[in-house]
Design a protein around this ligand. Structure first.
Ligand SMILES: Cc1cc2nc3c(=O)[nH]c(=O)nc-3n(C[C@H](O)[C@H](O)[C@H](O)COP(=O)(O)OP(=O)(O)OC[C@H]3O[C@@H](n4cnc5c(N)ncnc54)[C@H](O)[C@@H]3O)c2cc1C
Length: 399
């Protein structure tokens, strides 16, 4: 089985991280991506110490530091009246406590350094415009077919093909997707277009009634990235991602918060995502096929953990593959190793979203007051998330 390459479907964060980790250990891989080029979306991404440890261990520290913004503090505020509910020092405490920093960047910069690093090792293994059509597991290998009618044989197929994964559909024909009644807006604004009162703000989470808005600097502070989630009854499109209009974005966030109004006023092309829950993903693995990242376990973006977790998957999988001389059975071990943590992350992300969106005035008062008081006594945000951030996929014991 080992004489054929491992086939990776999708050149997103999980696929590229997995490819790089395997290549660095002299394991042959081929990556197939349905798009015509590497992702160039402007959206930002928040990487926490559990993700940074992976990237630094892959030798990317210097490159990351050429574009990353390392937040000093994070603030939680009431969306409607701006009241500061909690303020937490992130990076001094983070590097001390978790050994690696938080950083914020544009997704495309992160994707590009992974892509460049792979190309430095072997520039002939990423194939664009190859959309997975299906695969067939044979005795000793797997045959993969693409929409361009090409066929490739590999030892394993790893579906890193995101929320609408085809590999997942093959492994879980009964899995179903359901609109979660939440949409997420994303946009980038030039810092020069914003007043000092905004550019000098810490990364902030504004918690509202059935909505929340997060902003932070990217590109060494030259741009501001935002994500705003809001409740919606319907999502009218087959695709989970669309361009939206500034008018629609304005009407979703209203005029209660003049900082958010000003940010929205300056955005050029906002994007919106319909967030979907995928139910009944029981099987991540078969003998020769596996799903990782969003393909296996999509989660609400409200803990900023989807990509961090996808990178954890990639590293744990690469370690399992390396440990097992013969790949047989390796893929089942992956699910066994990852399922517990991932389910906890999914639950915590949904809980965060509920807290951020809380509408009931009494409950809101209790939670906001609790946050305010606790934050005066202990570093509540870091404390309750420390099980997430201290996880180091490169050296954690594999069961
Ligand atoms: C609004 C929002 C904000 C977020 N913010 C954060 C954050 O701050 N921090 C964080 O950690 N996470 C965040 N996430 C989550 C994060 O973006 C995802 O969890 C992460 O991108 C998952 O990576 P992936 O590689 O599994 O999938 P993807 O990034 O979706 O990559 C999948 C790749 O597979 C390709 N593909 C799909 N189908 C096929 C096919 N049939 N054949 C070939 N190729 C195919 C796609 O084109 C794509 O390149 C956010 C998500 C959203 C929606």
């Amino acid at each position: 089985m080992k004489n054929k390459p491992i086939i990776i479907i999708g050149a997103g964060i999980s696929g590229l991280t997995l490819a790089l980790a395997l290549l660095k250990n002299n394991i042959n891989v081929l990556i197939f991506e349905k798009e015509k080029e590497i992702e160039q979306r402007g959206a930002g991404i928040n990487i926490s110490p559990n993700g940074t440890s992976i990237l630094y261990n892959l030798g990317l520290e210097k490159k990351i530091n050429s574009f990353a913004c390392k937040p000093v503090n994070i603030e939680l505020r009431n969306f409607n009246n701006g009241f500061l509910l909690a303020k937490q020092n992130l990076n001094n405490s983070s590097e001390k406590k978790f050994k690696y920093p938080f950083f914020q960047a544009q997704r495309k910069d992160l994707i590009n350094i992974l892509f460049d690093e792979i190309n430095k090792i072997n520039s002939e293994i990423i194939f664009f415009d190859y959309e997975l059509k299906g695969y067939e597991e044979k005795n000793n290998f797997v045959t993969v077919t693409f929409n361009n009618d090409k066929k490739v044989d590999g030892s394993l197929i790893i579906g890193c093909d995101g929320i609408n994964s085809k590999v997942r559909k093959t492994l879980n024909p009964n899995a179903s997707s359901e609109f979660s009644n939440i949409i997420a807006w994303r946009g980038i604004v030039n810092m020069n277009d914003l007043p000092k009162s905004i550019t000098e703000l810490s990364p902030t989470i504004w918690m509202g009634n059935e909505k929340h808005f997060v902003h932070y600097p990217v590109k060494k502070g030259n741009l501001l990235n935002f994500i705003g989630t809001v409740r919606k009854d319907e999502w009218h499109d087959e695709s989970w991602h669309q361009f939206g209009s500034k008018e629609e974005l304005k009407s979703d966030f209203g005029s209660a918060n003049n900082i958010i109004e000003e940010i929205i006023e300056n955005v050029d092309k906002p994007n919106k995502w319909g967030l979907f829950d995928i139910k009944f993903i029981k099987n991540w693995a078969s003998e020769k096929a596996l799903i990782i990242g969003d393909a296996a376990h999509p989660m609400s973006p409200s803990y900023g953990q989807g990509a961090n977790c996808a990178m954890e998957d990639a590293i744990i999988l690469s370690r399992i593959i390396l440990k097992n001389n013969n790949y047989e059975g390796s893929l089942f071990y992956f699910q066994k190793n990852r399922e517990g943590r991932v389910k906890k992350l999914q639950k915590s992300s949904s809980r965060n979203l509920k807290v951020f969106h809380i509408k009931n005035p009494l409950l809101k008062f209790i939670i906001h007051s609790g946050l305010y008081v606790l934050n005066k006594i202990i570093p509540i945000i870091l404390m309750q998330s420390s099980w997430i951030y201290k996880f180091n996929a490169s050296n954690i014991k594999i069961k």
